[in-house]
Every structure is written in structure tokens, then in C-alpha cells.
Design a protein around this ligand. Structure first.
Ligand code: B1M
Length: 829
């Protein structure tokens, strides 16, 4: 590829290595028949756009090193220098390393005329100690930036000089880690198995790596695609490899010389050494000859159909088109290729997702590969031809601007053979009915975020029924539940109504609906004519709802003065600052599907975490070009009156607005009004209202990428926008605390901030403490968030979708709680 200057394909290997778990990519462009200096710009320019892991620059040419370093983001690693020609290489390369802050790989090689490459553990340690002393004391290289390479000699070439080399390397690592603090160690593993059959090499490499890692090895240069996982190596093969590496004599042999040989290769006689080595090489070679080509089948050796399915499963497009062309050349029609190997890949993606072996982010990359394949094949298909498994009419219900969930459903369905007519957001029933009459879909999918939207789904279902529409209805959305679907929506619709907790569930429901063997069973199981009586909560003793302040909330505390009373409207410029307030669990876990503690995994360079992090960084990179974060907030004088809070313009006697809140339906229940302290010497307490948004232009950008089949970015930008809005709410709340005179303790961590370990609380209408969304109108009346481009829909949702509104209380006893529903508060009482 480099010779053919196929830079895209060549750099794709790096991406595949990272996908296969590489934490660093070693790049060697040095070759006798090419001009490395000329190749570096073409190769590195593409490379750094594809991978976000550190690059190890593998060359001896100082100019090439410096040129390559100019492309490296973050810390580069120079591979390598040594003392073979004394300090010459150090003089040439160390200044460059210092200038770019690059780490240095130092080989255990010196000027020794007999054996420059240190073989014994003692010599390796000696050369390493001398190198580190020179580098740290004379060339001012920090010890942390030094990576010692104790060298690997092949153990199976029969060359007597190298017998025992594996043991010496393993023991040298142990010594170096013990004697030279701070430095790291690295090895080019694959040299150890040079000369063995490929399948034996993978096993010997893995077993050697295992022992080196146990000895303290930090970095290993390996072909991530060809590394057999130690745990999955059969016991017998592990044994064969270990005895070859350690040159262990056989327990039984009719050759007395062998049996008496010491287990420690250094105590073996030269004859014994060679004899043991020969025996071990013969045994492992014979085993793999008999085992036949067990070796992991190289991609290119896989059957074409399997390869085509793998592109989808692995979400890679590298080699996809040529293989599609190969398949077409075999005479298979484009439609059969789609419905055959490609769809097989997509259904495997579904299975792996349900087994938690693939996360949302990876499913999106699989969909991208599917889209690329279908786009390519469509040019060879009759217009009339279409691999349609079914047609789905999809919409977010009236009054709701929720897009992100619906779009994910569209991406998954449309790349599994379904034609999706996406009617968009805020879709009233009459538009849905017209859409049905125009497209005659096999099913209708309704989406919505809020409880209000779930209620709108009941109305919509009733209107669809009224229009005589009875195709299966699929519903989904964050505030929706299977219970509500069966209990309320299904009876209103009168035909099959299925709750889909996520997009992949939506897909498996559609697959069953379109499968004649499963259809009737599924439809009848999801048709509920009568509202399903759910066991009602035991009727508790009716608690007399009082409006007395809960005793759990202290009074008589001094009222912190408000810093300002005028309305603040801000464009929040520093995106990276706001992004530091994003809760990683929500962004990487909840929305992109990462399982486990993302931050910890990232710190440990866990491959999936790394790749996801870098893919999101790419989205951030794009978002930085156009994402706009805006905020509006204001402190209001506030007085409590039972369960209501009156807000006043500065010093006014008549209140300008009243919010009525629910109280916990229990003894001494809490109510948000309790957190407003009574006036003190005529000085009122305050309540802050704010609205923030990061949604401008997001939908348009996401639609554009969705049309182009760039699904990770299409979903990623929406996810980033909603979490940026939430991050901005966290950022602004902190700022309000500072302005209000009670900044967070300096030691407060962001994680503690995400769990509200600070004074006061912020509450958003619609959330349990103040569930009445209609109160949003009060915020709009007082704050005019239209000025930052946020509008309220008839369903009390904020448009754009990535927006958050909140009330901020300063009371130190404020906590989160669930209040009883309260009659609406609309306008001044
Ligand atoms: Co908030 N929010 N939120 N919110 N938010 C909820 C929904 C809420 C339940 C939290 C709570 O009370 N605990 C609550 C609603 C309660 C109620 O209705 N009263 C709520 C509220 C009140 C609000 C605000 C009003 C708060 C405020 O600012 N005053 C506000 C409204 C925003 C607006 O008006 N524009 C708001 C804002 C936000 C954020 C923007 C910060 C953010 C994004 C919202 C979004 O997704 N657009 C957000 C989030 C993240 C949530 C929670 C935590 C998670 C929602 C989520 O996962 N979205 C949610 C609480 C919770 O669920 N635990 C909550 C991601 C999206 C991909 O998932 O929408 O579920 P989802 O779609 C899924 C499935 O539902 C399914 O597949 C999709 C993909 O897997 N699916 C279908 C959906 N549609 C389908 C159609 C199908 C099939 C499957 O047809 C075939």
C-alpha cells in the first residue's frame, strides 16, 4: 500500500489495530526503495485523522523523526536510539525529543564489539543503567520519558547463540523494573517466534508476552490482529511454547544428556542447550503441523460471505466495496447480497447488542457500513428493486420536539431493510393519518420524551383508530412504560400496540411483525381492548395536605443577599469548559452505551473506552465549529405563602408571578416553597430562574450526517448537544452559587458536583419535585428565553430539544423529593 501510495488503505490498518485493542501505533515508513521524508506528510496527514492514540515513530533518521513529530497530537514516542555508536544517536535525537516532549525507546545495545546487542540479563541491565544515566544526567531527558527495550532474540531458529534469550529478556525486565525506577520497558514481541509456522508463532508470542507482562513489561509492540488471547490458548500448546521459551529439558528421554540437563538454561552444557532447543522446536512444529492450519483465518482467507458480514459486524468499510464487487462478479444480484451476507451481518449485530457485546456507538458504526454497502449496490439495482422488509411511519407526537430517540430508531430500522418514513417532530394526529393514507406502512412508530407526550400518544392512538387505522403501533420514549402502553395507549388504539424500550427492541418487534410465523402471536399478545387494571397502590391513609413548612427545613437562617437583580443573557463561549461539566456516565454510558466505569477504563487505556473517547472527540471537534451555548437567568425576590412562592420585581409589594407547588403526601412532607426563607428586616429571600440551550442548528447538522450515512456523528452531535445543555446547567448553577456568595469548596470534585454535594439545589419543571410542566409558562413570562432562541411548544416542551430550564434555591437544607401532583398554576394568581 505504501509502495502503491494507497495512503487511505495503509492508514486504515492503523485504525483496525486500534479497534483491535492497540493503545499506541508503531509507524515505520523507512525503506530502502522509498523516500521516507516525502512519504511522511502523505501518510501521517491521513493517519492522525483516523486514530487518536499516541504514535511510535519507528525510524533511525532524525529528520524523519522531527517531521513525523510535527504531525503528532499529544505525546509522540521515538523508536529508537541506543549506544551502538556511542552517544552519536543520543546527541542527534535527544534535542528533538526534548523540543517535542517525545518519549524515547532505548535499545540495550552498546559499542561492545563482540555482542553489541546485550544478550544476558546482566548486560541488558548494565546497558540500560548507563543509557538512563546518560539520558537523564547529560541529555536532560526525564526518566519517565525513557522506555528501555531489552531486545528479543528468536528462540526457534536453531541458532545456538540465541538459546535462552527469552529467559534473559524476561529476567532483564524484572531487573530493570527493580533497579531503574520510573523508566518503562518495551519489547517487539514477534521476533521471539521467528521461523515457526504462523499458528505456532501466535501462541509463542502470546505465551512470551504473558511471562514478560508478569515480569513487569509496560509496552509490547504486537500485531493486535494476530495476538492469540493467552486465556484461550489450549493447555497443551501453552506447555509446548513455555518449554521452548524456557528451554526446559524433557522429564523423560532416552537421551541421558537431555534428562540430566538443568532446568536453568545457563547451567546446561552447550550440547544440552542445543539438544533441548532442537527437541522443543521439533515438538511445537510437529504439533502445529498435525493441528493443520488452525491459525486464525486471515480476513482475506475468510469465505466472501463471511467477510461481507464481518464488515457490518465490525463496522468497517475497509475493503468493503472491492469485496462487494467480487460478490457481484460471482453473479449474485445486489438485492440478494443485501438480503444475504449483509443482512446476516446486521442481524448478528442485533444479537451481539442484546448480549451486551456491542454498544450503541458500535451499532451505529455497523449501520454506517451497511449504508455504504447499500449505497454502492443501489447503482446496480433497478429503481423498482428495493430490499424492503417492511415500511414504518415514524413520528414524534404533537407538542414534543424529542428527536434523538426517534432518529436512532430510524437509523437502526432503515439499515435493517425497513423503509422508514420519518415525519419528524410535533406531528399532530391528522398529519399521521394523512401519512398513513399516502404510504400504507406496515406499522406506525410514535416517539415522545415527556409524560405529556405519553398522554398525547393516547389521544393520537384514539384518532388513528377513529380513522380506521389498525396496523401495529410501536411506541417508545423516556417517560413511557410498558404499563402505560398496555393500560392507556393500547385500549385507546384497540389494535396491537407494542412498547419498545430502545431502538433494537423496536427492530426485533418489527422483525416479528413482518414474520408470518410470529405475527399473529405477537399481535394478539399486544392487543388490549379494555384498559388493563393494574394493581393500584394500596390506598394509604389520606394525609391532610397542609401548607405548613416542613420541620425538616430550618428557618431563621440569614438570607444571602442577591448579587444582582437584572436579567442576564449570555452566549457561553468556552465549549471545552462547559464540556468539562458533562457527566461521562450520561454521555458515554447512558447515550452511547459504554458498559462500566468509563473514566476508569479510559485511564487504563481500555480499547473500547479509548475508541469511544476519540470518536466523541471527533464529534466535539466538528461541534466546536458551530455549536452555540446560550443562557438566560435572573434573581427574583421571593416570598413563601404556604405551598406557593410569590415572585416580585425589586422592592415591589405586589407580586408579579406565583408558582404553586405540590407537597410530599406524607407526614411533615416537603414542598419547594419551604426553601424560601421568610423576609428578614424587610429583606426578601430570592429564587433564581434560568434557561440554557445548546440546541441551535443541531437538528439540521444531524439530519445532514444522517442523510450521508455518517450515523455515529449524526447521533453523536445530538447526544453531545443534550449533555452540553445539561453541562451548561451545571456550570451556570455553580456560577450562581459563586455570585450568591457561597462558592463550592475548592476540593469539591466534578463527580461530587454531579451528585449535588453543594449548597442549595436546582429543580426543573417536569421533574418529581415540581412535575407540572405548565409552570414553564411562568419562566417564559418572566425570563423571555425566546431571546436565546428557546421557545415553548403547545406541549410545554422547549425547542430546541437540547434545552434545560430550572429554579435555583439557596437553602442549605434543599434536597430532591417527589411532590404530590398540584393543581396547575397559570399566570399571576
Ligand atoms: Co429530561 N426528562 N427533561 N432531559 N430526561 C426526562 C424524560 C424525565 C423523565 C426525567 C425525570 O423526571 N426523572 C423528565 C420527564 C418527566 C415528565 O414528563 N414530566 C424530563 C424532564 C422533565 C425534562 C425537562 C422538561 C426538564 C426541564 O428542563 N424543565 C427538559 C425538557 C427538554 C425540552 O423541553 N426540550 C428535559 C431535558 C433533558 C435534556 C435535554 C437535558 C436531556 C435530553 C432529552 C432527550 O433525550 N431529548 C434529558 C434527558 C437525558 C433525560 C433522561 C435522563 C434520559 C432520556 C434519554 O435517555 N434520552 C430522562 C430520565 C430517564 O429516562 N431516566 C429525562 C435519550 C434517547 C435516545 O432515549 O428518548 O428514551 P429515548 O429513546 C429511546 C427509547 O425510548 C426508544 O428508542 C430510543 C433509542 O434507544 N424509542 C422508540 C423512543 N422512541 C421510539 C419509537 C419507536 C421505537 C422505540 O417506534 C418504532
Amino acid at each position: 500500500m505504501v509502495a502503491a501510495e494507497k495512503w487511505d488503505e495503509a492508514t486504515e490498518i492503523a485504525r483496525r489495530q486500534v479497534r483491535n485493542g492497540a493503545h499506541i501505533v508503531d509507524v515505520c515508513l523507512q525503506s530502502t526503495d522509498r523516500d521516507e521524508i516525502k512519504d511522511i506528510p502523505s501518510f501521517y496527514d491521513k493517519l492522525i485523522r483516523k486514530i487518536k492514540v499516541p504514535v511510535m515513530i519507528d525510524t533511525t533518521d532524525a529528520h524523519a523523526i522531527e517531521l513525523a513529530l510535527t504531525y503528532c497530537q499529544g505525546k509522540g514516542i521515538i523508536n529508537s536510539i541506543n549506544l551502538e555508536d556511542g552517544e552519536e544517536k543520543l546527541e542527534r535525537v535527544c534535542p528533538i525529543a526534548r523540543a517535542y516532549g517525545a518519549a524515547l525507546i532505548v535499545g540495550c545495545i552498546d559499542e561492545d564489539k563482540i555482542q553489541a546487542q546485550a544478550f544476558t540479563r546482566e548486560r541488558k541491565l548494565a546497558v540500560a543503567e548507563r543509557s538512563v544515566r546518560l539520558l537523564t544526567e547529560k541529555y536532560d531527558i526525564p526518566a519517565e520519558d525513557i522506555v528501555i527495550d531489552p531486545l528479543v532474540f528468536p528462540c526457534a531458529t536453531g541458532d545456538a547463540n540465541y538459546i535462552g534469550g527469552a529467559v534473559e529478556t524476561i529476567e532483564a525486565i524484572r531487573l530493570i523494573k527493580e533497579k531503574i525506577p520510573y523508566v518503562k520497558t518495551v519489547l517487539g514481541i514477534s521476533n521471539i517466534s521467528f521461523g515457526l509456522p504462523a499458528a505456532a508463532r501466535e501462541v509463542v508470542n502470546s505465551v512470551f508476552l504473558y511471562h514478560c507482562t508478569k515480569a513487569g513489561l509496560d509496552l509490547a509492540i504486537v500485531n493486535a490482529e494476530k495476538l492469540e488471547r493467552f486465556a484461550s490458548i489450549p493447555e497443551e500448546e501453552r506447555w509446548l511454547a513455555e518449554h521452548l521459551l524456557l528451554n526446559t529439558p524433557p522429564a523423560m528421554s532416552d537421551d541421558p544428556d537431555l534428562v540430566t540437563a538443568s532446568d536453568d538454561w545457563r547451567k546446561q552444557t552447550p550440547e544440552q542447550k542445543v539438544a533441548v532447543n532442537q527437541l522443543r522446536i521439533a515438538l511445537i512444529t510437529e504439533h502445529f503441523r498435525r493441528a493443520g492450519k488452525k491459525e486464525k483465518v486471515r480476513k482475506e482467507d475468510l469465505p466472501l460471505d463471511q467477510r461481507l458480514a464481518n464488515y457490518i459486524i465490525e463496522g468497517t468499510k475497509d475493503g468493503l466495496i472491492p469485496d462487494l464487487e467480487l460478490k457481484r462478479a460471482e453473479g449474485m444480484s445486489p438485492l440478494d447480497i443485501i438480503n444475504g451476507p449483509l443482512m446476516a451481518g446486521m442481524s448478528d449485530v442485533g444479537r451481539l447488542f442484546n448480549n451486551n457485546e456491542l454498544i450503541v456507538a458500535e451499532v451505529l458504526q455497523s449501520a454506517e457500513a451497511m449504508k455504504a454497502a447499500v449505497n454502492h449496490l443501489e447503482q446496480f439495482m433497478e429503481k423498482s428493486e428495493g430490499s424492503m422488509r417492511g415500511k414504518v411511519l415514524l413520528a414524534t407526537v404533537k407538542g414534543d420536539v424529542h428527536d434523538i430517540g426517534k432518529n436512532l430508531v430510524e437509523i437502526i430500522l432503515s439499515n435493517n431493510g425497513y423503509r422508514v418514513i420519518n415525519l419528524g417532530i410535533k406531528v399532530p394526529p391528522e398529519v399521521l393519518i394523512r401519512g398513513f393514507q399516502e404510504h400504507h406502512p406496515d406499522a406506525i412508530g410514535l416517539s415522545g420524551l415527556l409524560v405529556k407526550s405519553a398522554q398525547q400518544m393516547v389521544i393520537t392512538a384514539g384518532d388513528l383508530r377513529g380513522a380506521g387505522i389498525q396496523v401495529p403501533l410501536l411506541v417508545g420514549g423516556a417517560a413511557l412504560s410498558d404499563k402505560f402502553t398496555r393500560g392507556k395507549i393500547a385500549p385507546a388504539y384497540g389494535a396491537a400496540t407494542c412498547y419498545a424500550k430502545d431502538a433494537m427492541t423496536g427492530l426485533s418487534l418489527m422483525n416479528r411483525i413482518m414474520d408470518p410465523r410470529e405475527r399473529d402471536g405477537l399481535l394478539s399478545a399486544h392487543t388490549f381492548q379494555e384498559p388493563v387494571a393494574f394493581p393500584e397502590k394500596p390506598v394509604e391513609e389520606p394525609v391532610v395536605l397542609i401548607d405548613a413548612r416542613s420541620r425538616k427545613v430550618r428557618t431563621g437562617l440569614s438570607i444571602p443577599p442577591a448579587p444582582y437583580l437584572d436579567r442576564k443573557v449570555r452566549d457561553v463561549p468556552h465549549l471545552s469548559e462547559i464540556w468539562s461539566y458533562i457527566n461521562p456516565f450520561m454521555l458515554y454510558g447512558r447515550h452511547l452505551g459504554y458498559k462500566g466505569n468509563f473514566e476508569k477504563a479510559l485511564a487504563e487505556h481500555e480499547p473500547k473506552a479509548l475508541e469511544l473517547f476519540h470518536n466523541v472527540e471527533e464529534v466535539k471537534h466538528e461541534a466546536a465549529q458551530f455549536m452555540k451555548v446560550k443562557a438566560v437567568w435572573q434573581f427574583f425576590e421571593a416570598e413563601r405563602d404556604g405551598n406557593v412562592i410569590h415572585l416580585f420585581s425589586p422592592g415591589a409589594t405586589d407580586h408579579m408571578h406565583t408558582f404553586r407547588f405540590g407537597r410530599q403526601a406524607r407526614e411533615d412532607g416537603l414542598c419547594l416553597s419551604d426553601y424560601i426563607l421568610d423576609p428578614e428586616d424587610g429583606r426578601r429571600d430570592h429564587l433564581v430562574l434560568f434557561v440554557v440551550t445548546a440546541g441551535a442548528g443541531i437538528r439540521e447538522k444531524s439530519e445532514e450526517w444522517k442523510r450521508q450515512g455518517i450515523y455515529f456523528k449524526a447521533h453523536g452531535i445530538q447526544v453531545l448537544a443534550i449533555e452540553t445543555a445539561e453541562g451548561c446547567a451545571e456550570w451556570l448553577h455553580r456560577r450562581i452559587r459563586e455570585d450568591w456568595g457561597f462558592p463550592d469548596p475548592p476540593a469539591l470534585t466534578m463527580q461530587e458536583r454531579f451528585t449535588s454535594r453543594y449548597r442549595g439545589r436546582r429543580y426543573s419543571f417536569g421533574y418529581p419535585a415540581c412535575p407540572n410542566l405548565d409552570d414553564q409558562q411562568g419562566i417564559w413570562k418572566l425570563l423571555h428565553p425566546e431571546e436565546i432562541g428557546v421557545h415553548l411548544t403547545e406541549g410545554m416542551m422547549m425547542e430546541p430539544e437540547a434545552s434545560v430550564s430550572a429554579l435555583v434555591f439557596q437553602h442549605p437544607d434543599a434536597v430532591y423529593f417527589t411532590a404530590a401532583e398540584e393543581p396547575e398554576t397559570v399566570g399571576a394568581v
